[in-house]
Ligand binder design. Structure first.
Ligand code: HMG
Ligand code: MG
Length: 298
């Protein structure tokens, strides 16, 4: 059985723009977030409070967040450590996300830590955020494969998921950072998580579309009861610390599939496509989304 409703966790302004060669002006980013909210998305991941040298594209988080904070949507932000949490709390953020890794190589590349050190770094972040009444998402990267280590063993992923939940994360997002996962692997991971007692209601999926598997993987996750799906308007995205990562599943492609399945998302596809076409114009290249290409003249 498929769910009646899916919540789309839009990551374009964060995952999409963190990897752009050119730095996008703050006002363009703010307009992007506003247009996404206007298109009916209810969760729009706005930016990251990470080290500005590590992700210069999002170094304007302090300027951007106040410009969008009044919108009637949830605006989660990434925070890697207490310094990031302090910056986010100072601006009144009420939803944060920590981001762990299921592989040692990526923990080192992305966080300059071992997996355990990274979890130790997140622990006070989650504790303090929860004490402040802030909702916490825990991302888990490299849930399927890692560019340096190859296939990531399912038990290793389950172990880190448990650690994040035990720490107090309200929800998890299972990341296929480099897009190598396939439906059988998604099924195996979700089955193992269910057997380990992880409630499916706490799980979201985050597929990058490098190998064109993101929609098939999403459908598989829906069949396992997942109702939160991450995607990026126009298919923007990638991770600056994982070379083989390309864009996320495009929100338009996701909405097209869900609409065909009779699953409600609240998103106005026409407005969303117009937003991605506008953003593509700002970035100077067409959107890679198949649905945007089919339904627009960009
Ligand atoms: P580090 O170099 O080990 O930092 O980086 P540190 O803890 O040693 O601190 C060094 C200096 O940085 C200190 O300053 C800190 O104050 C400062 P100093 O005392 O030397 O003057 N600092 C900060 N400044 C501002 N904001 C902060 C901050 N933290 C420390 N938050 C660190 C460690 C975690 C900070 C760094 O590795 C980092 O920022 N990494 C972020 C990488 C990133 O954002 N990657 C992309 C997001 S993850 C992703 O895309 C995957 C996802 O989409 C899911 C998927 O697809 O799988 C989520
Ligand atoms: Mg990602």
């Amino acid at each position: 059985a498929l769910p009646a409703r899916v919540r789309i966790h839009e990551v374009g302004p964060r995952d999409g723009l963190q990897n752009e060669k050119a730095t996008v002006p703050t006002e363009v980013k703010a307009e992007f977030v506003r247009r996404l909210a206007d298109a009916g998305l209810t969760t729009v991941e706005a930016t990251s409070f990470v080290h500005p040298k590590w992700v210069p594209q999002l170094a304007d988080a302090e300027e951007l967040y106040p410009r969008v904070a009044g919108l009637p949507v949830a605006l989660p932000v990434l925070v890697p450590n207490e310094r990031g949490l302090d910056r986010a709390l100072a601006l009144g953020a009420d939803r944060v996300a920590v981001f762990a890794s299921a592989s040692e190589s990526f923990a080192r590349a992305n966080l300059n830590r071992t997996m355990d050190e990274a979890l130790a770094m997140f622990e006070p972040v989650v504790t303090r955020a929860k004490a402040a009444g802030v909702h916490v998402r825990g991302y888990l990267s490299m849930c399927f494969g890692d560019p340096w280590e190859g296939e990531v063993p399912v038990p290793q992923v389950v172990h880190v998921c448990r650690a994040l939940l035990d720490m107090g994360c309200d929800e998890l997002s299972l990341g296929d950072t480099i897009g190598v996962g396939t439906p059988g692997h998604v099924s195996a991971l979700l089955t193992a998580l269910a057997e380990a007692g992880v409630p499916v209601s706490a799980l979201g999926v985050h597929f990058h579309d490098t190998y064109g598997q993101a929609l098939a993987n999403t459908l598989t996750a829906l069949r396992h009861g997942v109702t939160t799906v991450d995607s990026s308007a126009g298919g923007l995205g990638g991770c600056p610390y994982a070379e083989s990562a390309t864009g996320n599943l495009a929100t338009e492609d996701l909405v097209w599939m869900l609409r065909g399945l009779g699953i409600d998302t609240g998103v106005d596809l026409g407005r969303l496509i117009a937003t991605s076409v506008w953003m593509a114009g700002q970035l100077g290249r067409p959107s890679p989304s198949r649905t945007v290409r089919a339904l627009s003249h960009q």
